[in-house]
Design a protein around this ligand. Structure first.
Ligand code: AR6
Length: 175
């Protein structure tokens, strides 16, 4: 009987010791600001060297590298949508979470920490992103009853944390 976990916490993703962390990258995979910049700084220059060999990544897709100087063993790089208000945003953000989890499972990894994809520079509204994040990750666990996977959703920004709490509060009807 597997007992997977789904948690969220206010924490710097670069400090987490787990099988893999998920970077909110851009399509070049060659680094940037926000969490992407923080992960590259903490991992060291070898991460960029490996990223150069990957030929970028499409929005909603995910690719994996080593973690180098990070406490995490691997980094999964996914590219969230730049928020536009269209239906494709929902599909692409959902794909980021699902593809990252599928990739981790295919590599036999059992613990994963996500950054709050697209909620920074890419402008995804916090409450909408929270709903997609919680529903997609929970559904993935429901669909994977035979696999142990511990999922941590990191909230660097208090507004991300609050949006997760609000979603759960609404869901249970205790407003
Ligand atoms: N640990 C955890 N979360 C963090 C950290 C950290 N150390 N630093 C920031 N965040 P963003 P995006 C949160 O802008 O919106 C980059 O330049 C942050 O508070 O990093 O997907 C890429 O190269 C926010 O909630 O990613 C792309 O060009 C979340 O991480 C672009 O930004 C995501 O914010 C991607 O934009």
């Amino acid at each position: 009987m597997y007992k997977s976990k789904l948690e969220f916490e206010t924490v710097d993703i670069t400090t987490i010791k787990c099988d893999c962390i998920v970077n909110a990258a851009n399509r070049t995979l060659l680094g940037g600001g926000g969490v992407d910049g923080a992960i590259h700084r903490a991992a060291g220059p070898e991460l960029l060297q490996e990223c150069r060999t990957l030929n970028g990544c499409k929005t909603g897709q995910a690719k994996i590298t080593n973690g180098y100087d990070l406490p995490a063993k691997y980094v999964i790089h996914t590219v969230g949508p730049v928020y536009s208000g269209s239906d494709s945003d929902v599909l692409n953000l959902t794909s980021c979470y699902r593809n990252s989890l599928d990739l981790a499972k295919n590599r036999n990894l059992h613990s994963i920490a996500f950054s709050a994809i697209s909620t920074g520079v890419y402008g995804y509204p916090f409450d909408e992103a929270a709903m997609i994040t919680l529903e997609t990750t929970a559904q993935w666990l429901v669909n994977s009853p035979d696999y142990q996977m511990d999922i941590l959703l990191t909230c660097f920004d208090d507004r991300v944390y609050k949006s997760y709490v609000n979603y759960l509060k609404n869901y249970t009807g205790n407003n």
